[in-house]
Design a protein around this ligand. Structure first.
Ligand code: MLT
Ligand code: MN
Ligand code: ZN
Length: 299
């Protein structure tokens, strides 16, 4: 399996257009090579085209700068076969609009997410007049999915947080999921979980034998929004477990020796967006890392 990391920032990207917090200001000073686009990855078994996990508002730029995703040889031929969504958040779904020229596309998401894209954020209805042969398929924890020739995908329930546009009394539907993608020929496996409210037994099970875990790195500290901007809620109350501290995601991830841990979906307040920060050195000392824009992984 080959994996291309297309983007590594949380909603808004880093720097965020209207933010002058310390990390945003520092990134602006470093110039565009240090900037991060909103999180997404592309995976392939090397034979059956590419599948995206999440479609960010930056998708057009991400595709244009990725050689493997270039069209051809026929005039309107693309190697992009489909998109798996981890949730219905704007930063993970708006890129579907940028794919409206696709003559065929297979989109996979859980039932509440597919429903939200018909109602609160009615992308499916809006895209219908543009669509070629698009399919919308419900994924569910416990029902493995086969992609292309050799990729087997397991859906991992990760949370019930609804997007703000779909706010309603809480239910226990799988609004947020991760995916374990395994190449059945090589045995290589990757877990992608860019939105993680709490570490669960299901996530531990999905990590067993995985080569890579690409995980929610929205916030380093639970009180980071307040530290950086003077206002804002805690990381946990926003559905993102912090990286640091007792019970933080780093402590859990480290229990899986042999699995490479890469943080993604970094909020622009996160000190990890700057490679020179002390927090960056702390996670690298544990063997974990921050995912880089355009990074390639194989397993
Ligand atoms: C999140 O990751 O919590 C959401 O994408 C936040 C947002 O609405 O941008
Ligand atoms: Mn997000
Ligand atoms: Zn900022």
């Amino acid at each position: 399996m080959r994996v291309r990391i297309l983007g590594t920032a949380a909603g808004g990207g880093a720097p965020q257009w209207n933010c002058a917090c310390n990390p945003c200001a520092r990134l602006r000073g470093l110039g565009s090579s240090a900037w991060r686009t909103q999180d997404s990855i592309a995976v392939t078994d090397g034979h059956s085209g590419w599948y995206l996990i999440n479609a960010s508002p930056d998708l057009r730029t991400q595709i244009l700068r990725t050689d493997e995703l270039a069209p051809g040889p026929a005039p309107r031929q693309t190697p992009i076969r489909g998109v798996l969504l981890t949730d219905a958040e704007l930063d993970h779904t708006m890129g579907l609009v940028a794919l409206r020229e696709a003559t065929a596309l297979d989109v996979y998401a859980t039932a509440p997410v597919l429903d939200a894209l018909n109602t609160g954020f009615p992308l499916r209805r809006l895209l219908q007049p543009y669509e070629g042969a698009w399919t919308w398929t419900a994924t569910a924890p416990g029902t493995p999915l086969r992609l292309g020739g050799h990729l087997s995908v397991t859906t991992i329930a990760l949370g019930t947080k609804r997007p703000r546009y779909a706010a309603a009394p809480p239910d226990d539907a799988p609004w947020v999921v991760g995916y374990r993608v395994e190449d059945l020929r090589t045995g290589g496996a990757l877990v992608y979980a860019p939105c993680l409210a709490a570490w669960t037994r299901d996530l531990d099970d999905a990590c067993v034998g995985a080569d890579y875990l690409i995980i929610d790195g929205t916030f380093y500290y639970d009180d980071e929004m307040t530290r950086a901007t003077g206002r804002g809620a805690s990381a946990l109350s926003m559905g993102h477990m912090p990286i640091a501290g007792p019970g933080g995601s780093l402590e859990h991830a480290r229990e899986h020796g042999g699995m490479r841990v890469l943080y993604t979906h970094l909020n622009n307040t996160n000190p990890l967006v700057c490679a020179a920060s002390p927090e960056h050195a702390v996670i690298e000392a544990t063997g974990a890392a921050v995912a880089s824009e355009r990074m390639i992984l194989t397993c």
